[in-house]
Design a protein around this ligand. Structure first.
Ligand code: GRF
Length: 197
């Protein structure tokens, strides 16, 4: 295993389809020969993301974020694998300032809307798409951004638009955005590796 590969630590709480897109991209897409996923951490013991990681022989670790030493544990799991980039992929918990400080400009997140619109506290999952539909937006999309101490706030790395179609439901819009996310996240990581920052 080449040490030239960027070691990516992924934090995920749910299905992990974006994790899968990153893994696949490291195997045979834009991240091939550039990066590998070294560990997947989850605050949910039953997250399907952990199962996806294990299927690919990637270390998959549940971290009880209610425990007092969870920051220390998370940090240690990331640092002992020389993690160079932390990717939040459906991680449903605010990331600790301790972790943010330990990885300056090295933590990124994907959000299912065109930030700065439809972001912030409470704007996750179906809430985002419901808000987009209620506002009668003509388009939505996905955003990859750096993570700082505020929800959905750090500078934007890449964004891609999708149309909102007549008759869209939360489900149909979410599916259209998710499809774009799966291409956008690996591309954003490749852009970072390419020296964007
Ligand atoms: C995605 O829509 C992502 O934008 C958001 O959470 C969802 C995670 O989906 N942050 P998955 O677990 O990657 O399938």
């Amino acid at each position: 295993m080449s040490s030239n590969l960027l070691q990516i630590g992924v934090l995920a709480s749910g299905s992990g389809s974006n994790l899968q897109a990153i893994i696949d991209s490291c195997d045979s897409g834009v991240l091939r020969g550039k990066a590998r996923v070294c560990v997947v951490l989850s605050n949910r013991r039953d997250a399907f993301a952990l199962e996806r990681a294990r299927k690919h022989s990637i270390d998959a670790i549940y971290i009880d974020t209610a425990s007092c030493c969870c920051d220390k544990l998370m940090l240690s799991e990331l640092q002992k694998r020389n993690t160079g980039l932390v990717c939040l992929a459906g991680y449903m918990q605010k990331i600790s300032p301790v972790i943010v400080a330990a990885f300056p400009e090295r933590i990124i997140n994907i959000h299912p809307a065109l930030l700065p619109l439809f972001g912030g506290k409470g704007m996750y999952g179906h809430h985002v798409h419901e808000a987009v539909l209620s506002a009668n937006e003509k388009e939505s999309g996905a955003t990859v951004h750096f993570v700082d101490d505020e929800y959905d706030h750090g500078s934007i790395i890449l964004q891609r638009r999708v149309p909102v179609l007549a008759g869209d439901t939360c489900k149909t819009l979410a599916a259209r955005v998710l499809e774009v996310e799966h291409r956008l996240y690996p591309e954003a990581i490749a852009a970072i590796i390419g020296g964007l920052k």
